[in-house]
Ligand binder design. Structure first.
Ligand SMILES: *[C@@H]1O[C@H](CO)[C@@H](O)[C@H](O)[C@H]1NC(C)=O
Ligand SMILES: *[C@@H]1O[C@H](CO)[C@@H](O)[C@H](O)[C@H]1NC(C)=O
Ligand SMILES: *[C@@H]1O[C@H](CO)[C@@H](O)[C@H](O)[C@H]1NC(C)=O
Ligand SMILES: *[C@@H]1O[C@H](CO)[C@@H](O)[C@H](O)[C@H]1NC(C)=O
Ligand SMILES: *[C@@H]1O[C@H](CO)[C@@H](O)[C@H](O)[C@H]1NC(C)=O
Ligand SMILES: *[C@@H]1O[C@H](CO)[C@@H](O)[C@H](O)[C@H]1NC(C)=O
Ligand SMILES: *[C@@H]1O[C@H](CO)[C@@H](O)[C@H](O)[C@H]1NC(C)=O
Ligand SMILES: *[C@@H]1O[C@H](CO)[C@@H](O)[C@H](O)[C@H]1NC(C)=O
Ligand SMILES: *[C@@H]1O[C@H](CO)[C@@H](O)[C@H](O)[C@H]1NC(C)=O
Ligand SMILES: *[C@@H]1O[C@H](CO)[C@@H](O)[C@H](O)[C@H]1NC(C)=O
Ligand SMILES: *[C@@H]1O[C@H](CO)[C@@H](O)[C@H](O)[C@H]1NC(C)=O
Length: 409
């Protein structure tokens, strides 16, 4: 039996070494901006992930609606921000020294509150009387922590004091927004322990004691993302809920939802050369993230945007794409938090949603080594016993059986 363990451990170490693909992370806060950004308490993190042959650039920005830009270039390219124009949200204030091979952008566009009259947990955005829209740019965003090293980068932001100066609506409560960049394939430390690759960023959103509309007794929240990418604007992004193999890392959840950009160059490469969003359909309802205190998330078909330019105007994406966005894929993706009979948002006044933004192939959960080991032992032990018994029978019982053979005929 000891030999079996030695073999398994050897196998595990070998596979671990095989996890070669890594990127080296380097990151900067308000890179090259100086005092104007300090005075404005700006948070714009530039993250460079250098691989063997290429570089992924990320920009995480909290001026306007929070947004993430991802760009793939050769290793020699660099990003250049003209800060004065950038702060005025002028187009082309973000440039690269060479044309990126691929770019993708995500805006945290809206928080939609809805009165779930019949407890279906499904939002009807056409029903304006039953919905309220909050714009994340009206929160006051404060930087809580920024951890930077070569293996991961974590930025924790908190939005408070919501004040929509146009509609004159203010709300109590906060939104916690965490962004994480990684250098290799691994599971993230916080529940739901998403599996990420070296090409993905994790976004974690917490709606913490957000004040609900007094006239909505069955309040729930939904989050709307605006996605901009290369691709045919006429083809909707693919939403694909898949069953996953095991729930070892995310107890109780056997599903992953994937959203992928449609093909943009040829049908052959869209599986490896596009972008994706990925999440587990779970929302935790208390700070201690466990399956007992959780509910589900619901996804909807992507929605086309009629005026691309005005859709991105309040975010950093306009600073990069400018009017070019008109010819790009621009769609809205809505995810609502909660499921039938969970007592609505008011039960705990706490909801989370965690998702990945990535380039390339979305990671697939494999059976973990622990599970492989358990299966090996579970199958191996009975097999060894069976073999032993079989051998024993062959050697000691066969002569007798041949003597009785006629009885069985
Ligand atoms: C910047 O942050 C500091 C500390 O959080 C705060 O005192 C100051 O008022 C902020 N300034 C602006 C312009 O928001
Ligand atoms: C890097 O590029 C070279 C040649 O273009 C190729 O042979 C190699 O497989 C690439 N390596 C990776 C990790 O993509
Ligand atoms: C960055 O952009 C500014 C203004 O567009 C330009 O003057 C400067 O040369 C650029 N820097 C690099 C390194 O390209
Ligand atoms: C919200 O839903 C509840 C439950 O059905 C209902 O009593 C209430 O009138 C609704 N509020 C609005 C503004 O429609
Ligand atoms: C709730 O259910 C009632 C009765 O089935 C229906 O008339 C009403 O339109 C539903 N309300 C919503 C908001 O779906
Ligand atoms: C509550 O909802 C109603 C109806 O949609 C809306 O008129 C009102 O402004 C909302 N109040 C707040 C505080 O959002
Ligand atoms: C919201 O903003 C408006 C306009 O800037 C201001 O007059 C109002 O006092 C603010 N409300 C709160 C609650 O801060
Ligand atoms: C904004 O709303 C507050 C209370 O909600 C009210 O006291 C104030 O007069 C309003 N301001 C404007 C400009 O309508
Ligand atoms: C989680 O749910 C259980 C059962 O509903 C409850 O007893 C417990 O207090 C909850 N935990 C937290 C941290 O709220
Ligand atoms: C889109 O919106 C922008 C600004 O909001 C406007 O200037 C432009 O004319 C609009 N384009 C179309 C096609 O409606
Ligand atoms: C990560 O991106 C690189 C860059 O092109 C690509 O070659 C690689 O296959 C991607 N990795 C995954 C797991 O998608």
């Amino acid at each position: 039996m000891n030999n079996v363990f030695v073999f398994l451990f050897l196998f595990v170490t070998l596979v671990d070494i095989g996890y070669g693909t890594q990127r080296i992370l380097r990151s900067w806060l308000n890179h090259g901006c100086g005092t104007i950004c300090k005075d404005k308490n700006l948070t714009t993190v530039y993250l460079r992930a250098d691989g063997q042959n290429d570089t992924l650039h990320y920009l995480w920005d909290f001026d306007g609606n929070p947004s993430v830009l991802l760009a793939l270039t050769s290793q020699s390219a660099s990003m250049n921000i003209s800060w004065e124009d950038f702060l005025l949200k002028k187009k082309n204030s973000i440039t690269f020294t060479e044309e990126p091979v691929y770019t993708f952008g995500v805006v945290f566009n809206k928080i939609i509150e809805f009165n779930d009259t019949n407890d279906t947990a499904l939002i009807n955005i056409a029903n304006l009387l039953n919905t309220n829209i909050l714009h994340p740019m009206f929160f006051q965003w404060d930087r809580k922590t920024l951890i930077q090293n070569n293996e991961f980068v974590t930025l924790n932001m908190e939005g408070n004091s919501y004040n929509d100066s146009i509609m004159n609506i203010s709300r109590d409560g906060s939104i916690k927004f965490s962004l994480m960049g990684f250098c290799s394939l691994d599971h993230s430390e916080v529940m739901p322990h998403m599996l990420h690759t070296e090409n993905s960023t994790q976004v974690d959103i917490i709606l913490d004691h957000l004040q609900t509309n007094k006239s909505f007794s069955n309040s729930r929240f939904a989050i709307e993302l605006l996605v901009v990418g290369e691709g045919n604007p006429e083809i909707p992004m693919f939403i694909n809920p898949k069953k996953s193999l095991d729930d070892e890392h995310t107890p109780g959840i056997f599903e992953v939802v994937e959203v992928r950009t449609p093909p943009y160059k040829s049908m052959d490469n869209y599986e490896t050369q596009g972008a994706y969003l990925q999440w587990r359909p779970i929302s935790y309802t208390t700070m201690s993230r466990n399956v007992i205190n959780s509910t589900e998330t619901m996804q909807y078909p992507p929605i086309k945007v009629s005026n691309h330019t005005s859709a991105v105007a309040n975010s950093m994406l306009y600073c990069y794409y400018g009017d070019k966005v008109d010819t790009l894929l621009t769609q809205r993706i809505i995810v609502s938090l909660g499921t039938k009979g969970d007592g609505f948002y008011k039960r705990t006044y706490y909801s989370t949603w965690t998702f990945l933004i990535g380039y390339g192939t979305p990671p697939d959960e494999q059976f973990s080594y622990l599970v492989i080991m358990i299966i090996s032992i579970g199958l191996g032990l009975p097999l060894i016993i069976l073999l032993g018994v079989g051998l024993y029978l062959c050697i000691y019982k066969l002569p007798k059986r041949s003597g009785q053979a006629y009885l069985n005929q």
